[in-house]
Design a protein around this ligand. Structure first.
Ligand code: MLT
Length: 410
């Protein structure tokens, strides 16, 4: 009899977003006339930038011509895209990242999970709480944790609480951890990290031989010039950090799929026998074996993000969602709710009114306002008492959702 990966049996019943979808579908079935507005999952709504569409149309034509047709591309991504990323996203900010250290992929979510393939099973792993659930669930699947305890935490993981009390800034661990997940601007809290915050993490990682997985999927939403966009803006980070980035949120590629992971060549991990191993080589080997690259058409679309028109058009998209976030913040404050985030970030983190749990508040908003958000407890035990509202939606829907909430709560 074939056996299964028992680690999957340790997972909470459903991944957060499908669970929300299940509850919303049940509500819609029971209330077919309700016009439900979804501010739950952080999925973009606005059309792809024209520059990206033009580039993809042209790429489709290339595929129709024997001379420009492309079969398998490089597993790491086409050099013309990696070079533009290296120059415009990293070198322009003083980060010494070479194109060869950039790996194009079909998503940061996939890469955040896949990266575990090249790390040992005996690492001590730290996550913030609340946290993007993918970091936790992929470690559960890989057998890096024990069971879920009553608190809603997996045994064996180190949870670093981030709440209003510590200004949503995790304390540097007092114990030694080997792998650390950081996400800034943060999903779900919308908090940002200063250079000093990140320097403290990099110093910790270098002192302890740890590696930081830095998820910068939302870096484009930073408007404050003092805040770092990349961990490689921090001295020493190339020796201790892998960075994940995505075209999903800045350029609307959630349905198109394109992202990138930076693995610096001088990042070293330890083999069981204590010898040094270049992490880049393992990731390169992993990708070459298990991945065939992102389609030529999509990579041409991503390349167009770096053209002057593409840059202007993505800036419009980013500003649009940031304005949504500002509207959400302002209206929720007017409704008497306490809010965090939503500045330099597309997520607004709301303190739920006292006496209600995160899921109670979810149900209340759904039932009484027909508005969907994400319960904070779905991101971890310390997210209980909070609720996430995503700014990714049309202006009309954001205005309508906020006016319904204002009517209900004010
Ligand atoms: C979220 O809502 O947290 C995001 O959609 C996650 C993701 O991009 O996978």
């Amino acid at each position: 009899m074939a056996t299964v990966n028992d680690n999957y049996l340790k997972l909470k019943a459903g991944y957060l977003f499908p669970e929300i979808a299940r509850r919303v579908n049940a509500f819609v079935t029971a209330n077919p006339e309700a016009k439900v507005i979804r501010l739950g999952i952080g999925d973009v709504t606005e059309p792809l930038p024209q520059a990206c569409r033009n580039a993809m149309i042209k790429a489709v034509e290339d595929m129709g011509d024997r001379d420009s047709f492309k079969g398998y591309g490089p597993e790491q991504g086409y050099a013309w895209l990696r070079e533009k990323i290296a120059v415009q996203d990293f070198q322009s900010r003083g980060c010494d990242i070479d194109a060869s250290e950039i790996f194009i992929s079909d998503g940061s979510k996939c890469d955040c999970g896949n990266i575990l393939d090249i790390f040992g099973d005996d690492n001590v792993i730290a996550v913030t709480d609340p946290v993007y659930p993918v970091y936790v669930d992929t470690n559960v699947m890989a057998g890096h944790t024990g069971d879920l305890n009553e608190k809603g935490e997996y045994e064996g993981l180190v949870y670093l609480p981030v709440t209003a009390e510590n200004n949503f800034t995790a304390e540097i661990p007092t114990q030694k951890v080997d792998l650390i997940y950081l996400c800034f601007p943060n999903n779900p809290t919308g908090a940002t990290a200063t250079k000093e915050n990140l320097q403290a993490w990099v110093d910790y990682a270098r002192a302890n031989g740890s590696i930081i997985f830095f998820d910068a999927a939302y870096e484009a939403f930073i408007t404050d010039p003092s805040l770092p966009h990349s961990i490689y803006e921090i001295e020493g980070a190339k020796e201790c950090a892998i960075e994940f980035r995505s075209f999903s949120k800045n350029a609307g590629f959630t349905g198109t799929r394109c992202a990138l992971t930076v693995v610096p060549k001088n990042l070293i991990g330890k083999a069981k026998d204590g010898s040094d191993v270049e992490v880049w080589k393992l990731w390169n080997r992993r990708q070459s074996t298990k991945f065939n690259g992102v389609s030529y058409i999509v990579q041409r679309g991503a390349e167009a993000v770096y053209s002057p028109e593409g840059q202007a058009q993505i800036q419009e998209l980013i500003s649009f969602y940031l304005e949504n976030a500002a509207i959400i913040r302002a209206k929720l404050i007017e409704a008497g709710l306490k809010v965090y985030g939503g500045v330099n970030a597309p997520y607004v983190w709301v303190q739920v009114p006292s006496g209600l749990s995160s899921w109670d508040f979810f149900d209340k908003l759904l039932q009484s306002c027909h508005v969907v958000g994400t319960p904070g407890s779905g991101f971890g035990a310390a997210g209980e008492g909070y609720f996430r509202i995503s700014a990714f939606n049309s202006r009309e829907n954001v205005n309508e959702a906020m006016s319904r909430i204002l009517n209900k709560f004010k």
